[in-house]
Structure formats: C-alpha cells, structure tokens
Write a protein that binds this ligand. Structure first.
Ligand SMILES: Nc1ncnc2c1ncn2[C@@H]1O[C@H](COP(=O)(O)OP(=O)(O)OP(=O)(O)O)[C@@H](O)[C@H]1O
Ligand SMILES: [Mg+2]
Length: 255
C-alpha cells in the first residue's frame, strides 16, 4: 500500500508521517519512508542521526544514476525499471525502515526536470509491494507538490488538518487535486486538537467516515521540536497513529 501525507504548512504532516511510519514498522516487514518535502526533516523525526542523514543523497541529485537507468540521450524511457539493487542505492536503511529523500525537483529555476520527475514517478510505482510492505510519503506543504508525478500510484492520500478554517480549506483543495490525479481514497487526520469543540469543528468539516482519527495537542510533541533530534517518543501520538493504522488496514481489507 502507498500512502501520501499532505496538508497545509505546519499542521503536523511530518509529525504524523513519522508516527505512522513507526506504527507500520511495528506490524509490517518493510516500510519505505519517502521525504517528498524539499525542506526535508522527516529523517530527524524518524531518529536517523544527523551525521547519517547528511550523507543521504536526494534522489533528484543522482543525475548520472538516473541517466544510466532511464537512458542518457534526449529521449528517455518513460518506464525505467528499477531492480532491487538499484533501490538499495537510493534507500537508507534504518531498522526495517528504508528512507529516501526526493530533493527539490524544481530547484534551479526553469530547467526541465522531466527526466527526474519521470524517474521519481517510476521509483514510487516500481515499489511493487508485498503484502508486508508499505510506502509512506511526507509531501510538501500545500497543493503545489501534488501535481508531481510522485502522487500517482498512491492508494491513499492522508490529509492532516488542525482546527482552523485555513487548514480545512487547504484540505479541500488537496482533496480535489488528489481526486483529479486519480487517487482512490482520501482520508483526514485531525491534529493538535485541544478540546471537544475543536474535534467537532474538524468532524463537521468533512463527510462522515472521512476523518480516521484525532490526535490531541501534546505539550511533549510541541516541546520536543526544540530538541536538535526531533524524534519524539511520545506514546500518546504513537498510540493515536496505531489506531489510524488499523483503520487504514481495515478499509483496505487488511493488506
Ligand atoms: N499533536 C501535536 N501536538 C503538539 N504539537 C504538534 C503536534 N503535531 C505537530 N506539532 C508541532 O507543530 C509543528 C509543526 O509540525 P510539523 O513539522 O510536523 O508540521 P508540517 O506540516 O510537517 O510542517 P511543514 O509544512 O513545515 O512541513 C512542530 O513544532 C511540531 O512539534
Ligand atoms: Mg514537514
């Protein structure tokens, strides 16, 4: 199963993504964790040491490798095939999590990154997954990143919202774009909820059944972001995301 996480800036996408990755790592053999945000910080949230994550090269900067796989000339294959060995080169192993960083596809102004985009798309869709594997992508903020090919092949778009009209509006745009991109299932996680009124606000903003769970505002999580290593062993957050994991699996028929 491939899950992409999206939502307005600062709502808690990386926090939610890292907790979901950790919760799937408890039940699944391999979790591919993909940082699709150019301002990458998922590695730190997963507890990958900074000196290690500094060495993880973004996929978009692996130009030569991409060329050798997708064809070097002006024409490139639209369906480059990646074997397991190639995958190893792009993925950093952290326990049973395989971490990949996309990098900034648009960096460098007007230069065309079609080849890289095609490659990223192939990378995500090549991860032909066993029942026991899952891909979780932390997308950048807003809807801009959704136009990327990387959103294709995604089974579930999880939109994170906080109790604010702005974040609900962004979620509506994300939902629309995700549906246009053919993503079958779009669900919501309410985050930073501090009261029953805030929970109800989120609940009423969406269709019945659309919100898979509510994560309370946690001062542990909040204060943890002052630490250089932002990996948070906040049990409440993990527990909340285990419930979300079970709902995701239940809806997908247990796969
Ligand atoms: N449930 C929560 N309780 C308290 N603080 C939270 C919670 N979830 C996230 N935060 C805090 O909110 C801030 C933003 O979280 P995070 O970086 O996960 O958001 P993001 O959506 O990934 O942001 P960006 O759009 O910049 O990528 C962080 O300081 C984080 O610690
Ligand atoms: Mg983030």
């Amino acid at each position: 199963m491939k899950i992409a996480i999206s939502g307005k800036g600062g709502v808690g996408k990386t926090t939610i993504a890292s907790a979901l990755i950790k919760s799937f790592a408890e039940t699944h053999q391999t979790v591919y964790a993909i940082d699709g945000d150019p301002d990458a910080c998922l590695a730190a949230a997963l507890g990958i040491p900074p000196e290690e994550s500094a060495k993880i090269k973004p996929v978009v900067e692996m130009g030569d490798k991409i060329k050798s796989i997708s064809g070097g000339g002006a024409f490139y294959t639209l369906n480059p095939t990646l074997d397991d060995r190639s995958l190893e080169e792009f993925a950093y192993r952290h326990r049973n999590i395989r971490f990949m960083r996309m990098g900034d596809v648009k960096k460098g102004g007007s230069q065309c990154y079609c080849r890289e985009n095609t490659f990223l798309q192939a990378l995500v869709s090549t991860l032909l997954l066993d029942k026991d594997e899952v891909v979780i992508m932390d997308m950048g903020a807003g809807i801009e990143h959704l136009s990327r090919g990387t959103a294709r092949g995604v089974d579930l778009m999880l939109v994170v919202v906080e109790p604010s009209m702005n974040s609900v509006n962004t979620a509506m745009n994300v939902k629309r774009m995700a549906a246009d991109l053919g993503i079958g299932r779009i669900r919501v996680v309410g985050n930073k909820v501090r009261s029953e009124r805030e929970r109800e606000f989120i609940e009423k903003s969406f269709q019945p059944g659309e919100v898979l769970g509510y994560i309370s505002f946690s001062s542990d999580v909040w204060e943890n972001s002052m630490e250089p290593d932002s990996a948070c062993a906040c049990m409440e957050l993990l527990e909340g995301m285990r419930e979300v994991r079970e709902k995701i699996l239940g809806e997908a028929g247990g796969s």
